[in-house]
Design a protein around this ligand. Structure first.
Ligand SMILES: [Zn+2]
Length: 382
């Protein structure tokens, strides 16, 4: 790779060149901690299991603002499909191409250089600055942000404002930012019957026949109507299995897995109760287990949201639109602590794809947006 002349792009290149496929950090975090230590941050490496994380903090007074992100990336996939090697951090015609450029090493580089310029002008801000960096966002996410949040709780530290650098922009840099996310919950359900010969159905109990009217009713439920910030909650059946493969055997059980993406109008308890009531109504013998991957969250419209919108408009000329679309992110672990969490980063059009990329000009502008945000926070905290 040819190092770029711009400091943000150069740092992004240095990070991309470290092939940090989850959970191997490949030296990204030591590089970041060195840059932050030079700025006066106190850095605490936090390794949980095989996952490297760190917390960096600077300042003694005022509200705590945190940049959050991940250094891990998804695998490159078929190497021959890439137009340039995925970890070479190549700039082609003003576009930085490589795994992690958009999700989200570019954002992390922009955060660091924004802090460098801001702190050179404002060496003692009226607020505390922090970084929460994990290398387990793209994986199972059990030894990453969630554990760091536990650790912060044990230290008695509470984040007031948090910016997650996930790629939130849709068509133009800064056109959208996330103010919340839907929750996600999965049910693993087994309907029990009695196996038998199809010619002697009175001696068996067919779980497929029992499940059919139940599933029809389940998939027709209106969970809620959404609200000003979220679309209605939805349920989708992801997997369903029954049968032995033979045409003369009534199966003994049916397994079905369904997932809900739900908004702040519906709770986990509501969902579980409605499913339990429906199972009882249909008198189904069953085994049911739930796994909750994330609670929905919505950041209140306060000073932080205004600061974000003002900072983006200052650099791009346009106020960003709030959104709650998309999958889950580590914001789900930070929001329950009471922090105001938003996500703002580059375009998400190529994330996880072959030839993942971000225009150099976007990363430079993103760094300016983050710097403008620090100025807005300074004005509000002072
Ligand atoms: Zn990401």
């Amino acid at each position: 790779m040819t190092p770029h002349s711009d400091p943000t792009i150069r740092l992004a290149q240095d990070l991309v060149a470290r092939a940090s496929v989850t959970p191997d950090d490949a030296g990204c975090q030591p590089l970041l901690m060195a840059r932050l230590t030079a700025l006066g941050f106190g850095c605490t490496p936090l390794r949980f299991g095989v996952v490297d994380n760190f917390w960096a903090e600077r300042g003694q007074r005022g509200p705590l603002f945190c940049f959050a992100g991940h250094t891990d990336v998804v695998p490159a996939g078929s190497l021959s499909a890439w137009s340039v090697p995925p970890f070479a951090a190549t700039v082609v015609d003003g576009v930085l191409i490589g795994r992690g450029t958009a999700d989200m090493k570019g954002s992390i580089a922009a955060m660091v250089t924004a802090c460098e310029r801001f702190l050179a002008r404002v060496p003692e801000p009226a607020f505390r600055l922090a970084f929460l960096i994990t290398s387990d966002e793209e994986g199972v996410a059990v030894d990453g942000t969630v554990k760091v949040i536990d650790w912060l709780g044990a230290q008695g530290k509470t984040i007031d404002w948090c910016l997650v650098g996930e790629p939130s922009s849709r068509a133009q840099l800064g056109d959208e930012y996330k103010i919340g996310r839907r929750g996600s919950i999965t049910a693993n359900l087994v309907i029990h019957g009695k196996q038998g010969h199809v010619a002697y159905p009175h001696l068996a109990d067919n779980p497929v026949h029992r499940a059919a009217p139940f599933l029809a009713e389940l998939t027709a439920i209106e969970w809620d109507r959404g609200n000003a910030h979220f679309p209605p909650s939805t349920l989708q059946i992801a997997n369903i299995q029954a049968g032995t493969g033979a045409n003369n055997v009534i199966p003994g059980e049916l397994t079905v897995q369904f997932n809900l993406r739900f908004n702040t109008e519906t709770t986990v308890a509501d969902i579980q109760q409605r499913v339990a009531d429906l199972l009882a109504k249909h008198q189904l013998r069953h085994t049911l287990s739930w796994s909750i991957s994330g609670q929905p969250f919505l950041t209140r419209q306060g000073a932080f949201v205004t600061a974000i919108e003002t900072a983006v408009a200052k650099i791009t000329g346009t106020r960003p639109l709030p959104s709650t679309a998309g999958g889950t992110s580590d914001g789900r672990f930070i929001a329950p602590t009471g922090a105001e969490v938003i996500e703002l980063g580059p375009l998400n059009a190529t994330i996880h794809q072959i030839d993942e990329q971000v225009p150099v000009a976007h990363l430079q502008a993103l760094s300016q947006i983050y710097e403008a945000l620090l100025d807005e926070l300074q004005a509000r905290a002072a």
